[in-house]
Design a protein around this ligand. Structure first.
Ligand SMILES: Nc1ncnc2c1ncn2[C@@H]1O[C@H](COP(=O)(O)OP(=O)(O)OP(=O)(O)O)[C@@H](O)[C@H]1O
Ligand SMILES: [Mg+2]
Length: 421
């Protein structure tokens, strides 16, 4: 793992941990406030129960039975445990029946404090039930009786809330961490993609410069030779001027192709219309007819089943011209055949030739800008090496694809698939 990646991941983890710590500290404060508030409320409730009990005891003579009945009645009513304990620690009344709680209660801290005259509350684990309870003990003095009324409210729900919060916070943190990590990954991918684009652009500029320089150097060389006297020799001057003419045309082609590529790359494609593809291919074959060599046939049989394709007509034409032109350039004997058909979802264009073909590793590279299998031959034919790159870009502009099958010495087939939708 490189240092930058380590740093980014470390940063992401630290940010999530800090957020988690802050969140937990915030919650802990809130939770202990909630717990204190509940404890205070429970104590008030216990004191009110004591007052009610005192009022009832004033009326009723049989105290023991009244205590038992009071604890049961109010315990059920409020869903809490109520225990009434005398000054020796004996349980005189307990909601939910005697049960295991009938042992002496003098060892309970809250009971001892209440017997000493202090209303108090405490949250602790119940020795009888093994759960956390909030115990509120209030002194109870009526007539000859001296004891304690104690309520016990289970804290499980509140505690569960705390656990639940911790669980959900950890879960949220894990998701956050995943999210941050995937963002980091995405960012890294984005940066390396940008770097690749930048590298491609730099290479392109240096290639263009080189390609522009070659014909310019040649033009200057011939002009120089003409100026130095060759202009006097009419034959020689004529040949040199022809070369200058060809080189100037090549310069023009290169500039046109470069502009076209950048236009397609910028997705400047405003004029889209349904195109009759058979008609466009007809125009292309007519345009390229003068380039067909004597022992080569350019074959195209229109298929009436081809559906119109919505695109920029000029772009479609450029794509076809480049592919057919390549086929014609590569073929000395045989034919260059154009097949066009519509499937349910795609427009299929197939341009095949019986020309020189190429080797497998070359088919992988021919779509690169300026790549030419045989540089000298391509140059001699006026090629810029941008043709197939333009074709690929046009195909991709319409969300399509292009692939090639070729055999050295036998010929090549280029297949373009353009989706209708
Ligand atoms: N049908 C084909 N048969 C054999 N080789 C081909 C064929 N089409 C393309 N190539 C090879 O791929 C190279 C790249 O083609 P591309 O069309 O990009 O450039 P070009 O034809 O040299 O120049 P341009 O098309 O700009 O005039 C060609 O130089 C040629 O070597
Ligand atoms: Mg070409």
């Amino acid at each position: 793992m490189d240092l930058k990646k380590k740093f980014l991941i470390g940063y992401a983890v630290a940010a999530v941990v800090a957020l988690l710590a802050f969140q937990y500290a915030f919650w802990s404060n809130g939770f202990s406030y909630l717990e204190k508030q509940s404890e205070a409320g429970y104590l008030t409730q216990a004191e009110m129960l004591r007052d009610i009990l005192l009022a009832e005891m004033a009326k009723d003579a049989d105290q023991t039975e009244a205590l038992e009945e009071f604890a049961g009645r109010y315990g059920e009513k409020y869903g809490i445990r109520i225990t009434i304990i005398d000054e020796e620690g004996n349980v005189l009344g307990e909601s939910g029946g005697p049960g295991p709680a009938l042992s002496n209660h003098l060892d309970r801290e809250e009971v001892r404090k209440a017997l000493a005259g202090e209303s108090n509350s405490i949250i602790r684990r119940s020795a009888t039930f093994g759960l956390d309870y909030c115990y509120c003990a209030v002194p109870l003095t009526a007539g000859g009786f001296r004891g304690v009324i104690r309520t016990a409210i289970p804290m499980e729900e509140l505690r569960n809330m705390d656990d639940e919060f911790l669980r959900s916070t950890l879960f949220a943190a894990a998701i956050l961490l995943l999210l941050v990590l995937s963002l980091v990954m995405y960012f890294r991918k984005y940066v390396s993609a940008m770097k690749a684009v930048e590298k491609q652009r730099r290479e392109f500029v240096s290639n263009v410069t080189h390609e522009l320089k070659t014909p310019l150097t040649s033009i200057r060389g011939f002009v120089e030779t003409l100026k130095n006297g060759a202009i006097e020799d009419v034959d020689c001057a004529g040949r040199f001027l022809d070369i200058i003419d060809i080189e100037t045309e090549r310069l023009g082609n290169l500039i046109d192709d470069t502009l076209l590529l950048s236009e397609i790359e910028n997705k400047k494609d405003v004029r889209q219309e349904p195109c009759d593809v058979n008609e466009v291919i007809g125009e292309v074959t007519e345009l390229l007819a003068p380039r067909v060599k004597p022992h080569v046939r350019l074959i195209f049989t229109p298929d009436p089943g081809v559906r119109p394709f919505t695109c920029n007509r000029d772009r479609l034409k450029q794509l076809l011209i480049n592919l057919v032109d390549n086929g014609l350039k590569a073929t000395e004997f045989g034919a260059v055949t154009i097949v066009c058909k519509s499937t349910a979802s795609h427009l299929i264009l197939e341009i095949s030739d019986t020309g020189i073909g190429m080797e497998a590793e070359q088919t992988e590279r021919i779509f690169e800008r300026f790549y030419r299998v045989d540089k000298g031959r391509s140059r001699a034919q006026g090629g810029t090496g941008l043709g197939l790159s333009i074709v690929k870009h046009i195909a991709e502009l319409y969300r399509g694809s292009i692939r090639v099958e070729s055999k050295l010495g036998e010929g090549s087939t280029f297949r373009v698939e353009l989706p209708y939708f």
